[in-house]
Design a binder for this molecule. Structure first.
Ligand code: ADP
Length: 187
C-alpha cells in the first residue's frame, strides 16, 4: 500500500512537471555495488546469482543519484521477481577512450516478455495480466516511473527480451542531458 502511494505521488509529480533534478558527481561503481548489497537479501537461499560487471576504470557521472538508483533498484527488483533461477547481472559499459559510462544493462535469465508487450509494460498499471499481479505482487507503476525518470535525466530506457530466455533492460546514458554540465553550486 505504501509502495503504491509513493509510486502515485512520484507519477503525479512527474506529470505536473514538479519533479526536479538534483545533479551531483556520482560514482556509478559505488551506486551499483550499494544497490546490489541492498538487494542481496532477496536472493538469499535461492538459485539466483546477483552479479555486477563493471569496467576497470570509469569516469564519474553528473546525474541525479537518488533517481538513477531508484531506476536501477526497480529494474533489478523486477529481474529478481521474474527469475526463478539463474542470473541477474548489472553491467556498466564505458566509452573505450573517454571512459565515460555509456549504458547500464540489467540482464536476467527469467521468464522473458512477449514481443507484443514490450512497449505496453512501460505504461502505468500494465502487468502481463491480473494473475501476474496476484503471483508476483507490484503496482505496475515501476517501469512507468523509471522511464519518466530516465526521460527527465535525458536517458533512454529500452528493453529486449525473449520468452523463456530472459530480458535485458538498458539505461542508455550516452546522450544524457546531465552528462556534460558541471554540478550546480550547493549554495
Ligand atoms: P510491477 O513490477 O510492479 O508489476 P512494473 O511497471 O515494474 O510493475 O512492470 C510491469 C510489468 O512488466 C510486470 O508486471 C511484468 O509483467 C513485466 N516485467 C517487468 N520486468 C520484467 C522482467 N525482468 N522479466 C519479465 N517481465 C517483466
Amino acid at each position: 500500500m505504501l509502495e503504491l502511494i509513493n509510486d502515485i505521488l512520484d507519477l503525479s509529480k512527474i506529470e505536473s512537471g514538479k519533479m526536479e533534478l538534483n545533479i551531483t558527481m556520482v560514482s556509478l561503481g559505488k551506486l551499483v555495488h550499494e544497490t546490489l548489497e541492498q538487494m542481496a537479501g532477496q536472493v538469499y537461499g535461492q538459485e539466483i546469482e546477483l552479479l555486477a560487471q563493471l569496467p576497470d576504470k570509469m569516469m564519474d557521472l553528473h546525474t541525479d543519484e537518488a533517481k538513477l538508483k531508484q531506476v536501477v533498484i526497480n529494474l533489478v527488483g523486477n529481474a529478481l521477481k521474474f527469475t526463478e533461477k539463474g542470473k541477474v547481472t548489472v553491467t556498466v559499459q564505458v566509452d573505450q577512450e573517454s571512459r565515460q559510462p555509456e549504458r547500464i544493462d540489467v540482464t536476467d535469465t527469467g521468464t522473458g516478455i512477449q514481443e507484443e508487450r514490450l512497449e505496453t509494460i512501460f505504461e502505468a498499471f500494465q502487468q502481463v495480466d491480473s494473475s501476474t499481479a496476484r503471483k508476483y505482487g507490484g503496482t505496475g507503476l515501476g517501469l512507468a516511473i523509471s522511464r519518466s525518470f530516465c526521460d527527465l535525466m535525458g536517458y533512454e530506457l529500452t528493453v529486449s527480451s525473449e520468452v523463456g530466455t530472459g530480458s535485458t533492460f538498458s539505461i542508455i546514458l550516452s546522450n544524457g542531458k546531465t552528462g556534460d554540465t558541471p554540478p550546480p553550486d550547493s549554495n
